[in-house]
Design a protein around this ligand. Sequence first.
Ligand code: FAD
Length: 429
Amino acid sequence: MVGPQTEAAVAYENSTRRDSPPDLDPASAASSACAAILLALGSPVVQSSGPEYNATTQDIWNLFNTLDQPTCIVYPRTGADVQAAMANIFQFGSHYVVQAGAHSAMVGYNSITDGVLISFANMTSTTYNPQTGTVTVQPGVRWGDAMAAIEHLGFDVGTGLLLGGGISYLAPLYGWAGPTVLGIVTRYELFPVRTGTKEQKNWFGGSITYPASSSVAILEASARYIRENTDTKAGFIALLNTIPSDVTATVYLFYNGPSLPHSIFGDFLSIPNTSASLSPLSYFDISNLIPGNARGNGQQFGAASWVGDEATFLSGYNHFFNFTETFAADLVGSDLIISPIPQSQWNATKTGANAIGDPGVAPPGVQAGFELLLEQASSSPGLPLYINECDASQNVFKTYPSFAALQKTYAKYDPSRFNVEHTTGPIGL
Ligand SMILES: Cc1cc2nc3c(=O)[nH]c(=O)nc-3n(C[C@H](O)[C@H](O)[C@H](O)COP(=O)(O)OP(=O)(O)OC[C@H]3O[C@@H](n4cnc5c(N)ncnc54)[C@H](O)[C@@H]3O)c2cc1C
């Protein structure tokens, strides 16, 4: 679940022996880098067209990113392949991007045009070491496959993605899934959590769907849950699907025990609903309950962090609703997702607009309206933003208490600031 050790291939370190990269235009820099990487690693590893190339560029969660056409894709088999690719990317000053599960909602984070894409599609193994009690996963693994590989041992490595912190239903008890790391990760060694096999239904819960008329009650109950619940066995997430004039909410609620305690979930159980599906579940069942892998959405994610205050939730929701109504003609839908991060999650962590199916580009005005929404529904004072849910325009790192230390660490490993200038990602370092 948590990842105390990572093997980071920080290739810039090796690369700093060279002088600054040449000042080529992005297309030329990428072509030169690709030619050099091809020479170093050969054609199965480096591809510029073909079925594998097409699968990588199209099998991406956010449809906006499927519009990109990388100059070449590097499919490393080893950490040394990553280092060789990065050395040449640096040598020619090429833009680049890294892709693992291709599930990020952020535009530009996992594909690129006029740049090199490093895909971990061929580094996907999961192995359990009984001597150390750790699970080693390669960076291209999909969590479903990693979980399936160790489920028979009664373990889980948690869902939620390590690089941005990682939130799962186990997070309230065990903390963030992983620390934020810098560089390119070629291997994760994780301590698994014993959650039981898929036959062991030691959790209870599922989903409840509510009509539009229950939305305010859901928001208020969510605020109370976030403010008052301290039981780390409880898991919760709420989705308010806002399509003007037809608002529905779905709440997923779980408890690591034989039933849902009324003292924790009583509000949600008593709010008028349209349907409920609640039963004993294994953690494996829970992890597969919310469909997460389907591709085909052009999306934009943005985050705010709120304390459990009803007025803040209602105000944020009203801004969100106004945004949705204003851009209704350009949106297929918009969801407000409430994802609690209890104090126990920090305490436990000791270590360290898809219009009619065509991705197109976000219609003019939507980005500006979206940024206004993020400003209006801003975070409660002092709370950090959650990186995996933030739009690229949000200055995430600045909200972290250890911002100065992060800047210092970053400057140590990338003194020429190559990474922030040549790959898309969270701003601010
Ligand atoms: C519908 C939906 C639900 C989600 N639910 C959750 C949730 O419950 N909990 C949670 O924590 N997150 C959640 N997320 C966020 C999502 O999991 C993260 O955005 C995560 O980064 C995706 O991981 P990936 O391996 O698919 O990364 P990719 O999309 O492949 O890449 C994401 C970013 O990480 C970088 N990267 C990937 N691999 C490496 C590597 N080995 N080394 C260096 N950089 C790398 C990429 O360059 C890119 O910038 C959700 C996202 C969506 C769209």
